[in-house]
Design a protein around this ligand. Structure first.
Ligand code: ADP
Length: 602
């Protein structure tokens, strides 16, 4: 990527890969090209028609329409009005075919790319979501894809339509007067160079203005967001100076660009008219035995040339932008999906979890987040994980359903390594209830019966809601189970959302439950309901709880205390308190106050 050469080849590779997406639409694409050929062919026709008109004016006998009876006596000149309309019609047909079919191709490509990107999101590992911010992932699907179509199809449109126009016009010019045309070709690059230099300078200044504008916005927004700090620390005059400087700078640059623009336009006019002057001179000089009509037609055709040439010269920036956007799209599409090499599937597991000498580092980090962790949970047991924030509890819980891949040690479910299960089957056995409940903008019932559970009978959904103590509030909603919950469940309270999540886990009826207890305090009523719902969902399942509440911890069969990725103590509440170690300290810090609150509320 470092040298311009390799960059050029890789842009080309990206472009060809992009064109690969156009392949399924080859027929439509060919139709649109045909349309553009028709369009481009109409351009020299206009010039040619002029020839007959002018020649007819000069010498009425110059060209007649032949000897067919109704046309006899009519001159070519008289056909010109009709011909002009016919040419417009011809051009219109070409324009329609070209634009419409190309648009169909480009919409198809946008659609295909979007679907491919979205599908890749469904298979990418958790790591990918950690490393890429969601704003970028979303804008890739919405924005980048449209930029790409710019390159894949709009650029093609210009290249084909304007390119063919140039070719047709040029062929006509050569045919009409090749000597004149060759001389013109010799002076064309000089004019072209002058135009390109001027416009490049112009563009560079436009870019500088964008930066200067960014500075103005930046200073203003810092002051707006930090207005309290500015005032309380007496930063007014500093901010004033800063803003004055950036606004002044912006004005200076704006002025400079306006000046360039003001010079540029007349300069360009001068250039074009000089070129015309040269052309007229050449026409006089090289006219040979050409008729006035020939010359007018020639000059008209030559006059039609600059516009398509300019458009062609501008197309490269569209292509560049598109290729850059495509690059990021293909990077995502090339990401490896979650590894899923397991082959074992089980209808139902008993739920015995055994972790052996498990160590884990997050990708791209040297630090061990889990360090030689070993433990076993028997079917139906409940284990509470406690420890300071950052000690590795969530990470440990996430490794069981293989949200991340661990390289050292083993996690076994019913004696089989989790790596050996197929991902889908493994995750069927594990229900996860986290602090952040995710709800989809759908009905209450569909939110409980989400995903694999979608086919669950209504009675099962209702009894799951009942068991999760959610029935009561659901019945009070305007349409009961058929009420839409709003985007991410905005219409529900925190406690209600959690009970829906618990109902979802109950309906899933997986033998293993991973529970990340909510840390944020809920009102006592919700708290009581949720506790009762949790007790119910834990019953008869192997449960691993990341526990924040004393009530949960005291009920646990085993408490494991984590610190810096290691299990430092394990045992019952009483045993650990008696030990007077980590747990006692943690307990003093973390659980003392909630205990008091609990006893008040009980
Ligand atoms: P706990 O749940 O005990 O608060 P975590 O398992 O969330 O601890 O975090 C353990 C350590 O791993 C922390 O130091 C945290 O910074 C790091 N960590 C957590 N998630 C990620 C991630 N997705 N990528 C990189 N590092 C992470």
């Amino acid at each position: 990527m470092s040298s311009p050469d390799t960059h050029a080849t890789s842009s080309l590779t990206i472009y060809f890969r992009l064109l690969g997406y156009v392949k399924p639409y080859a027929g439509l694409f060919a139709t649109s090209i045909l349309g553009y050929v028709i369009f481009a062919s109409s351009q020299p026709m206009l010039a040619a028609v002029l020839k007959y008109f002018v020649d007819g004016l000069v010498d009425p006998q110059a060209a007649t329409l032949g000897n067919i009876p109704p046309l006899r006596g009519l001159q070519m000149m008289h056909a010109v009005p009709l011909l002009v309309v016919l040419i417009a019609l011809w051009q219109g047909i070409g324009s329609y075919l070209g634009n419409f079919f190309l648009a169909r191709v480009s919409m198809g490509v946008v659609h295909d790319l979007r679907v491919a990107l979205f599908n890749s999101l469904l298979t990418l590992p958790d790591r990918y979501f950690d490393q890429n911010n969601s704003g970028h992932l979303i804008s890739r699907i919405t924005f980048n894809v449209t930029m790409v179509t710019g390159a894949a199809t709009d650029a093609i449109k210009v290249v084909i339509r304007e390119g063919l126009t140039v070719i047709f016009l040029f062929a006509y010019l050569l045919w009409a007067n090749w000597k004149l045309t060759l001389v013109m070709v010799a002076i064309l690059p000089v004019i072209g160079l002058m135009v390109v230099t001027a416009s490049r300078k112009f563009r560079k200044q436009a870019k500088k203005i964008q930066v200067a504008m960014g500075d103005v916005t930046h200073v203003a927004s810092e002051t707006i967001h930090g207005h309290r700090v500015v005032r309380s620390f007496g930063g007014e005059s500093y901010e004033q100076q800063r803003f004055l400087a950036s606004s002044q700078n912006n004005m200076d640059r704006q002025l400079r660009m306006t000046r360039t623009g003001a010079i540029y336009t007349p300069l360009l006019q001068l250039l074009i008219f000089s070129a015309m002057g040269v052309l007229f001179f050449l026409v006089l000089w090289l006219r040979g035995d050409a008729s006035p009509g020939d010359l007018v037609a020639y000059i008209t055709a030559a006059g039609l040339l600059p516009k398509p040439i300019r458009q062609l010269s501008e197309v490269s920036s569209t292509i560049q932008k598109g290729v850059a956007a495509a690059d990021s799209i293909f990077q995502q599409l090339d990401e490896l999906p979650e590894t899923d090499t397991g082959t074992v599937t089980r209808e139902r597991v008993e739920g015995r979890i055994e972790v052996r000498m498990l160590s884990f580092r997050y990708p791209g980090s040297e630090r061990k987040v889990l360090d030689d962790v070993s433990f076993a949970i028997e079917p139906g047991q409940m284990v509470a994980l406690v420890g300071r924030s950052g000690s590795g509890k969530t990470t440990l819980a996430n490794l069981i359903p293989r949200f991340y891949h661990h390289a050292e040690g083993q996690i076994l479910i019913d004696g089989i390594d989790v790596e050996q299960y197929t991902l889908r089957n493994l995750r069927r056995h594990v229900a996860v209830v986290t602090q952040q409940v995710t709800l989809f903008n759908d009905t209450v019932a569909s939110n409980i019966a989400y995903g694999d559970l979608a086919g669950a009978p209504r009675t099962a959904v209702e009894s799951a809601a009942e068991a999760a103590f959610a029935r009561e509030f659901i019945n009070q909603l305007p349409q009961g189970f058929d009420t839409l919950v709003g985007e991410n469940g905005v219409l529900l309270s925190g406690g209600q959302r959690q009970r829906l999540a618990i109902a979802r886990a109950l309906l899933k009826n997986a033998p293993i439950l991973i529970l990340d207890e909510a840390t944020s305090a809920l009102d006592t009523e919700s708290e009581r309901h949720i506790q009762a719902a949790l007790d119910r969902v834990m019953k008869g399942r192997t449960t691993l709880v990341i526990a924040h509440r004393l009530s949960t911890i005291e009920k646990a069969d085993v408490i494991m205390v984590m610190d810096a990725g290691k299990i430092v103590e394990r045992g019952s509440h009483a045993e650990l308190i008696a030990l007077g170690g980590h747990y006692t300290r943690l307990h003093a810090m973390q659980f003392e106050e909630p205990t008091e609150a609990d006893s008040h509320s009980a």
